[in-house]
Design a protein around this ligand. Structure first.
Ligand code: C2O
Ligand code: CU
Ligand code: CU
Length: 519
């Protein structure tokens, strides 16, 4: 059933297949290695798209004071049971739908066998509420999450963030939507009700037992871990019945590593209206759009010419993504019904977005994402076994974390993550430019930081331009190999510790994260 992504190596890499240790790292983690990226070959398993798209239920925040993460079983593949983690009975979590200004006050219970915490991705919350990697809730313990939502409408999400355990826990199903509404957005009267569809795209591998298979090898920690089954809201190859009119899609890429190049099977255009942190200033009509792990797209798509037809949302191939983008596949089937008479015209403007003037920046920080430590001194502190330790712990994900033994395979500025170290100190309220530099890198890195949204100023190298989802407020920006991206933000007044990291979760857990403290 399961076919693994494999990477063919060329050149002096015979050692690669024989040992998993340091020799391998030295060869493949630096910028000039011998990986033949074109030889990557994952085969996505495509089925019949006969399962209705499930939607996680909305959280009843008025009558709920507590929630819990636990392990339960669900049927994802026909006739098989999959052990999953979720924030209720099943995979994923309930959807938070709140208005700007609402207060969250919930007691969280960790009923898993391992420590966890919750990060509210894209929400600007105090450090203590943000899911800092070493601030975890022990098995059987509770934590009170309490914060108010004072930010733009948008499609945010939540997932665990424990040091070294994030990738494995997300892989088991821990993720949920956090949708914020506000008056500015409501005034636009965008398609809603049945025509507003939120879904998260996840790629997974399965064992023959039906359980998720998460046993990344060294090379899969380098590239990120890819699945051969594409799940949408936890369902394999689902379909959604929609109206033959305008629909609003809120899409999260909740995959650990896979970048999707979203497009429709009939070749039609769609309008990108929002990115990670809410609406764009104006819609931008495109034919396809990359979405990297952690990112969200809000789009409006007009199916009015396709009554009684089927259209697939698919991922098209793309260039420049290292091992990524080599295969096209279907993600979700839209079964389009009769034409509606609900009139809707695409607005010409969406949101007032004030551009931060780069001259307001008091500091520019540079973050090298090329993993230069692999051919510098950074290897010194790395504890590595000479064989793949993860395959033995399998998907039990021991307390130490799947990738703890891989710590140091990734870094920022040559330094692998240490929860106890403050790498950068930022003055609360300051305006700064942060430059992410993957110009010598060979992997993709969706860079994300907590506690603040940012604006993307420019991309040099690679694609050399900004794409639609980078033209408003955002919190995650993709760097393809060869790219350098500048972002600007005015930091909030929420003093405390936050993290900057790559949202390729194998990269994150193996060291590609740092702490910054707002003082
Ligand atoms: Cu969704 Cu720190 O990440
Ligand atoms: Cu985040
Ligand atoms: Cu990365």
């Amino acid at each position: 059933m399961q076919r693994k992504k494999f990477i063919k190596l060329t050149g002096a890499t015979g050692v690669f297949t024989m040992f998993g240790g340091t020799a391998w790292l030295l060869q493949s983690c630096n910028g000039q290695n011998n990986m033949d990226m074109s030889a990557n070959s994952i085969k996505i398993m495509q089925g019949y798209f006969s399962t209705p798209l499930p939607s996680p239920p909305a959280f009843d925040l008025k009558n709920t004071t507590a929630f819990e993460t636990k392990q339960t079983q669900v049927e994802i593949l026909k006739g098989k049971k999959t052990n999953v983690y979720g924030y209720y009975d099943g995979v994923l979590g309930k959807t938070f739908v709140v208005n700007k200004g609402d207060v969250i006050n919930l007691q969280f219970t960790n009923s898993l066998q391992q420590a966890t915490n919750i990060h509210w991705h894209g929400l600007i919350v105090p450090s203590k509420m943000d899911g800092f990697p070493s601030a975890v809730t022990a098995p059987g313990s509770t934590f009170q999450y309490q914060f108010s939502v004072n930010q733009r409408a948008g499609t945010y999400w939540y997932h665990p963030h424990p040091d070294g355990l994030t990738a494995g826990q997300v892989m088991q199903g821990l993720a949920g939507f956090f949708i914020v509404r506000d008056e500015e957005e409501a005034a636009l009267k965008l398609p809603n009700g049945d025509s507003e569809i939120a879904f998260v795209i996840l790629d997974r591998r399965f064992k023959s037992s039906g359980d998720f298979d998460y046993t990344p090898t060294n090379e899969e920690v380098m590239t990120g871990f890819f699945g051969d089954y594409i799940l949408v809201n936890g369902a394999y190859n689902p379909y959604k019945i929609v109206k033959a009119g305008w629909n609003r899609l809120r899409i999260i890429n909740g995959s650990n590593a896979e970048v999707y190049n979203l497009a429709f099977s009939n070749g039609q255009n769609f309008a990108v209206i929002g990115s990670d942190a809410g609406l764009l200033a104006a819609p931008e009509t495109v034919n396809d759009m990359l979405i990297s792990p952690g990112e969200r797209i809000n789009m409006l798509v007009d199916f009015s010419n396709s009554a009684n037809k089927e259209i697939f949302l698919q991922s098209k191939t793309f260039d420049g993504g290292g091992v990524q983008g080599k295969e096209a596949f279907k993600i979700l089937k839209f079964a389009i019904g009769e034409k509606t008479n609900e009139p809707f015209t695409l607005p010409t403007t969406l949101s007032a977005i004030e551009k931060i003037n780069p001259s307001a920046a008091t500091k520019t920080r540079t973050f090298d994402n090329s993993n230069a430590s692999m051919h510098g001194g950074g290897m010194m502190n790395i504890k590595m076994d000479t064989e793949d330790t993860t395959s033995k712990t399998g998907s039990n994900m021991g307390e130490k974390g799947m990738n703890k033994m891989k710590m140091g395979m990734h870094s920022i500025n040559g330094i692998a993550y240490d929860a106890a170290v403050i790498n950068e100190t930022v003055t609360a309220g300051a305006t700064e430019i942060w430059e992410f530099d993957n110009s010598k890198g060979i992997e993709i890195h969706p860079m994300h930081f907590h506690g603040n949204h940012f604006q993307v100023l420019e991309r040099k190298g690679g694609r050399g331009r900004l794409i639609a989802t980078e033209k408003g407020w955002t919190d995650t920006v993709l760097l393809l190999p060869g790219e350098k991206v500048n972002v600007i933000t005015t930091f909030s007044q929420l003093k405390g510790k936050y993290v900057l990291h790559c949202h390729n979760l194998e990269h994150e857990d193996s060291g590609m994260m740092l702490n910054f403290e707002m003082v």
